[in-house]
Design a protein around this ligand. Structure first.
Ligand SMILES: Cc1ncc(COP(=O)(O)O)c(C=O)c1O
Length: 283
């Protein structure tokens, strides 16, 4: 493990174990989004000026501004996790769907809960989510509850609420004893990375040398790593997680070798203001 402070921020570089790999992803999770009416692969957009500025061959961005009828990739995880969670909660037909959010995840959960004919209760940190994002969640028919505290406290409040009510928690982060639903969220994101592979292949570009992943709580990052370190992958793509200085929980956790919680502050990186990476068994 090494760290370096540069004008562009602090780098934490893990020791790569080339033998480490993940099981291949669940096929049902990959097929599911393709059964939804609004499914279409999102564009991979070339950024030639940025590539010139950086002195590299090609830079592309996966444009997730229209994903399953919503403006963020979060729809991929939320659609699959809401589907699986409600399937599992089959004998509780009146259960509402609940989550905590920094914005996009909550909107997506509200959207797919409504599509399944369920009420949704979405908790947001008071003052931490832009009013337009709150309005968009309400427009999905959800009840929005503002919690006086950080994102992490809002997650705890949603979890406490779900254990005392007929509510199904669809949270995109894991802790001891709550791993199944966030696992479905991560599985749902796999489609994004297989689309990138197919689009690069169609463009005759082979696989990417470097993948930069914007990181909030870390579920998208986990999906990227699961994809690029799956047994059937060549493992040739380096994955870099990028997070705001004001909410950098992943770098310090990597450096510490275990998930740690950091105090978060205001950031313009909406959706990334999270202070604790997910916890998985044995970590
Ligand atoms: C636009 C956007 N990018 C990246 C992320 C980070 O995803 P994760 O919280 O899984 O790390 C989020 C999370 O809400 C987001 O809304």
């Amino acid at each position: 493990m090494s760290t370096a402070d540069t004008p562009a921020g602090r780098w934490v570089v893990g020791d790569r174990d080339p033998s480490w790999s993940c099981p291949d992803p669940d096929e049902a999770a990959q097929l599911f989004p393709r059964t939804l009416e609004d499914y279409a692969p999102t564009p991979l957009v070339e950024l030639p000026e940025l590539a010139r500025e950086l002195g590299v061959g090609t830079v592309v961005a996966k444009d997730e501004s229209t994903r399953l009828g919503l403006p963020a990739f979060k729809a991929l995880g939320a659609s699959w996790a809401v589907h699986r969670a409600l399937e599992t909660a089959g004998r509780r037909p009146d259960a509402e769907v609940i989550t905590a959010t920094d914005g996009n995840h909550g909107r997506a959960v509200a959207h797919f809960a409504r599509a399944a004919g369920r009420r949704a209760r979405i908790m947001v940190p008071a003052g931490g989510v832009h009013p337009s994002a709150i309005a968009a969640i309400r427009a999905e028919g959800a009840e929005v509850v503002e919690v006086d505290g950080s994102y992490d406290q809002t997650v705890r409040t949603a979890a406490d609420y779900s254990s005392g009510h007929d509510a199904v928690l669809v949270q995109d982060t894991a802790w001891d004893g709550y791993e199944e639903v966030p696992g479905w969220i991560v599985e749902g994101y796999a489609t994004l990375f297989s689309e990138i592979d197919a689009q690069l292949h169609e463009a005759g570009r082979g696989s990417a040398d470097l993948l930069l992943v914007p990181t909030g709580v870390g579920s998208l990052l986990q999906a990227a790593l699961a994809h690029h370190r799956r047994r059937s992958s060549s493992g040739s793509t380096a994955v870099v997680s990028v997070e705001p200085d004001a909410a950098a929980c992943m770098g310090p956790s990597l450096a510490a070798g275990r998930p740690i919680t950091v105090e978060t502050g205001p950031t313009i990186m909406s959706g990334l203001n999270c202070g604790t990476p997910p916890r998985w068994p044995g970590r």
